[in-house]
Design a protein around this ligand. Structure first.
Ligand code: 5GP
Ligand code: MN
Length: 335
């Protein structure tokens, strides 16, 4: 993988470009992709944004959202966009399998692949150019740097600023997490000068749910959360019946895994959801417990030091037992 800076001089020649992100995109994945698309289109590139799957309603206000193709729902349209693509930007993921059903097509593409990402252990051989820095708060911060360093900072308008800001607040927990550097605050100051209306972005992301979702959260915290004080850990396990009863949609479970971490002394939180095809895990930690390694070792996943995800093929009950066994094995690191 060659350094990302080597493509800066090539940006001025218009090309057929596709930008893609990880499945079930979050504010950072969608925000960074739409921001980059907004800038590249102004330069004159022909840009299509493809998401491997659907995405939450609370991201649909983003400028450019309507033109995003859902690969799972519209594979033919997405594959047409991929025919003859010259540049493929891969944002907010670093291993092709994170694009689910799209992975095989992406691997077979004979085009230039460019990675911009902040997760650990990138598949560097899958990309021609790129930047992978785990210290970065978000891919949105990295896309901002890409735009400014390549000389196109003037093209950032209010809409692009709002996409980048959404990614920043999503991945920093609204400026809480340790990766929120001085650079992040300086970047946001610059976005404000571009017209960013930050409170509207917060409202769009966090005050935009249906009653069902709040009732669902209440139910889950009351009935589905187990606190394992002995290990400074907590676990939420959600059966399929709850998803049906509360009409849970893509994005409704976002943020749920953070609640147990607000309990005094809790260092590790696990959330498992009984999805049709697998049991999908999210992990969050505080301090020096590495959930990237934990997710890789026990749950076929990965991510960041303090936020990761994974999956297991076992039943919900068996998967919960696996978690309990795993925290027992890691007892000393959790003290
Ligand atoms: P979330 O819990 O919000 O789904 O994911 C937390 C972080 O871990 C995100 O940065 C996400 O990209 C990453 N992540 C989630 N699931 C997986 C997975 O199955 N494999 C890998 N490598 N990363 C994941
Ligand atoms: Mn991210």
């Amino acid at each position: 993988m060659k350094p990302i800076q080597e493509i800066y001089p090539l940006l001025k020649v218009p090309r057929k470009v596709v930008i893609t992100m990880h499945q079930k995109p979050d504010p950072d994945a969608m925000g960074s992709s739409l921001a980059l698309a907004g800038v590249l289109r102004q330069i004159g590139h022909q840009v299509t944004v493809i998401s491997p799957t659907n995405w939450p309603d609370f991201l649909k206000w983003m400028p450019g959202n309507k033109a995003v193709i859902d690969y799972e729902a519209s594979a033919e349209k997405a594959n047409t966009a991929l025919d003859g693509v010259e540049w493929l930007f891969c944002l907010d993921f670093n291993a092709l399998h994170r694009t689910k059903h799209m992975a095989a097509r992406l691997a077979s593409l004979n085009c230039i692949k460019i990675l911009i990402d902040h997760h650990a252990q990138p598949e560097v051989n899958a990309f021609d150019y790129g930047i992978s820095e785990t210290i970065k708060s978000s891919t949105s911060e990295m896309v901002y740097d890409f735009i400014v360093d390549s000389g196109y900072g003037d093209l950032i308008n209010e809409g692009i600023a709002s996409c980048l800001y959404a990614g920043i607040i999503g991945d920093t927990g609204s400026f809480r997490f340790p990766a929120t550097s001085a650079n992040v605050h300086e970047m946001v100051a610059e976005l404000k000068k571009k017209g960013l209306q930050h409170s509207i972005v917060h409202e769009n992301l966090y005050d935009n749910f249906l009653e069902d979702r709040l009732r669902f959260i209440g139910h889950v915290l009351l009935h589905r959360m187990e606190v394992l004080y002995e290990y400074n850990a907590a676990l939420i396990a959600i059966p399929k019946a709850d998803l049906l009863k509360y009409n849970v949609k893509t994005g409704d479970t976002e943020g749920l895994v953070n609640y147990p971490l607000s309990i005094q002394g809790i260092k590790l939180a696990g959330l498992v959801i009984d999805r049709d095809e697998e049991r999908k895990w999210s992990f969050r930690s505080k301090g020096n417990f590495d959930v990237n390694t934990f997710a890789r070792k026990y749950f076929n996943g990965g991510g960041h030091f303090n936020a990761s995800g994974g999956r297991s093929a076992e039943s919900l009950a068996a998967s919960v037992q696996l978690f309990k066994k795993a925290i027992k094995e890691n007892e000393s690191q959790l003290q």
